[in-house]
Design a protein around this ligand. Structure first.
Ligand code: ZN
Ligand code: ZN
Length: 260
């Protein structure tokens, strides 16, 4: 009833194209994150195949070189972020997620990630009672500017779905860095390593940690955080992101378990 009233006051829009979602289709259930056209594109983007393992990207666990170097057990992702002029549906969703605290979208993406993440944790031999979930935190300035931390939103939604505790293990240092988007690989790595610190009294001895972020481009940020988690005692680190960069589709990806 309340949800119905809210949707009348703030008609729900597609998280990718922004079109109004039509009421008739809802059938009293949950309001979808995407319009039918974007949902169809999203479904086909998830089936893009990984150039390394040959699986559909949504089932691939290949690590980026950075994540492999940090000793992570595998990286779940749903789609590739596409570099190019015509932004496909997933780029618009990621942009929306970075700029709007949209729980519906975070909930949708967590639901999509649930099965692959469960599979990865199973493969990594993670015992549920010894597994915690954490995220790559966004800078305070970005949170103030946009009103959201997209990785935290996603981690919260995933934590609820998986029934795993969410722990803030790492913080961003103040004034740590400019955006990584324009940096070269080496620069990204150094910058990422300086950007995070462990929260005081973080003890992860014997734990498997599921590390969540929205996008893994080179994986430098996730790898920097993963190293800190290891320092806090984590025995195994599994990674999950909505997207990996399309340059990772064939280049620089290693099957999980192959540590440099
Ligand atoms: Zn749409
Ligand atoms: Zn793969």
């Amino acid at each position: 009833m309340r949800a119905g009233l809210l949707s009348l006051l703030f008609p729900p829009r597609c998280a990718a194209c922004g079109d109004l979602l039509r009421f008739e289709g809802f059938g009293g259930g949950e309001i979808p994150a995407l319009c039918p056209g974007c949902a169809k594109q999203w479904a086909s983007e998830k089936l893009q195949s990984c150039g390394r393992c040959g699986r559909p990207v949504c089932e691939c666990r290949c690590l980026t070189e950075e994540l492999s170097g940090a000793g992570c057990a595998g990286l779940c992702k749903l789609v590739y972020y596409i570099n190019g002029r015509q932004p496909p549906v997933q780029n618009r969703m990621l942009y929306h997620m970075k700029n709007t605290a949209d729980r519906r979208l975070a909930g949708f993406l967590a639901a999509e990630l649930e099965a692959p993440v469960r599979a990865l944790l199973r493969e990594a031999g993670a015992a549920p009672e010894q597994t915690v979930l954490t995220f790559v935190p966004r800078s305070r300035q970005a949170v103030l500017r946009t009103g959201t931390d997209q990785a935290l939103q996603l981690a919260r939604a995933l934590s609820a779905r998986l029934g795993l505790p969410l722990q803030t293990a790492v913080r961003r240092r103040r004034n740590a860095r400019r955006s990584q988007k324009t940096m070269r690989k080496q620069e990204r790595r150094q910058n990422a390593r300086r950007a995070y610190r462990l929260c005081r009294k973080t003890d992860l001895h014997g734990k498997t940690v599921l590390l969540v972020d929205d996008i893994a481009t080179t994986g430098a940020s996730m790898a920097a955080v993963a190293r800190l988690l290891r320092r806090a005692g984590a025995s195994s680190i599994c990674c999950a992101a909505v997207a990996s960069d399309d340059r990772n589709q064939s280049l620089g990806l290693r099957p999980p378990g192959v540590v440099q």
